[in-house]
Design a protein around this ligand. Sequence first.
Ligand SMILES: *Cc1c(COP(=O)(O)O)cnc(C)c1O
Length: 386
Amino acid sequence: MNAQAASGPAGPDATIPLAKPVLGELEELAVIDVLRSGQLSLGPKVAEFEAAFGAVVGAPYASAVSSGTAGLHLGLRALGVTDGDEVITTPFSFVASANVALYERATPVFADIDPLTLNLDPEAVAAAVSERTAAILPVHVFGYPADMAALEALRIPILEDACEALGGRYADGRPIGGRGHPAVFAFYANKQITTGEGGVIVTSRPQDKERIDSERNQGRAPNMDWLDHDRLGFNYRLSDIACALGLAQLQRLDQLLEGRARVAALYREALSGLEDLTLPCEDRGLERRGWFVYVVALPARLHRDRTVRELAALGIPAKPYFPAIHLMSYYRERFGHREGQFPVCEDIAARSIAIPFFPEMSEGQVARVASALGTILTRSALASRA
Ligand SMILES: *Cc1c(COP(=O)(O)O)cnc(C)c1O
């Protein structure tokens, strides 16, 4: 298939992408520079990217890794999570945040979510604590900050999944990632910034940084000769090519975040008239969402998957987001999870879809999505009254 056919026709009826990174000359030049230098990995761009990223989120130490998942894995290891431990986390997330506990032969223990913020409900977390609880892994879902003060009151080590939350702020106004716990960000192409694939884990403890840097590089100690390894490690390195791309993206971070916030405001305006559609919660106090996706919850009378198909027929991609982790077949079969265990999560997960959302989305594109949703909602409201 040629590029033209793959991207479809241009113009007002073209399919709107679900997500789209902003990549330009800045990124091209940064990558070409690294290619010409000949040093594609373990070079100077890694430390440069780490320093720049740490400064953005207010964290003293940052380690670039090959993905957000790799960062979460090394983060749990840095907290000492091991065989037989329990890690309390949310079933309303991307599957990686639960999988990483399994990598260390620990058990992900789910707790239900708050129906407004969609983040872990601290009371449900407290009820899930046992003597085997080794860590809490809150996810700042769709970029909205989790209730950190309430989770911290439980006095259990915390690893933050901030993979969707770059640019967000906690209730105390500080940037997400600057609270002292290890926190992980991710750079797949739909995230706030991208390196193709990649992630960063930030921390406030130098011993965490040292351990993570060694474990991402096969367990090599910093001052040892090549090939002498004093612990188990992985290849979770991020290349200099990717780090240079990340540096270029950080240079335009304000523009990227403002673009997303602008589109979110357009959506709120265009969709607030559709009264039985639930929009993302608004910021409270000093809390700020780092805009990542635009997820709406459909009214219960609409069949979610049929709605996704109807939107697709109108040239608008949408996807169920998130499906509940505990109800995925691997988790059902391995842990015997079933419907009814986490009712808030299950209700939201059954009704939520992500709609097209990216920094350069035009007013016209937002209007087309809103009008398609409006048509489907009106039709179903009339049908249910008939
Ligand atoms: C993107 C994401 C990750 C990490 O994804 P990678 O593809 O491994 O970079 C982890 N958790 C959440 C909630 C995410 O959205």
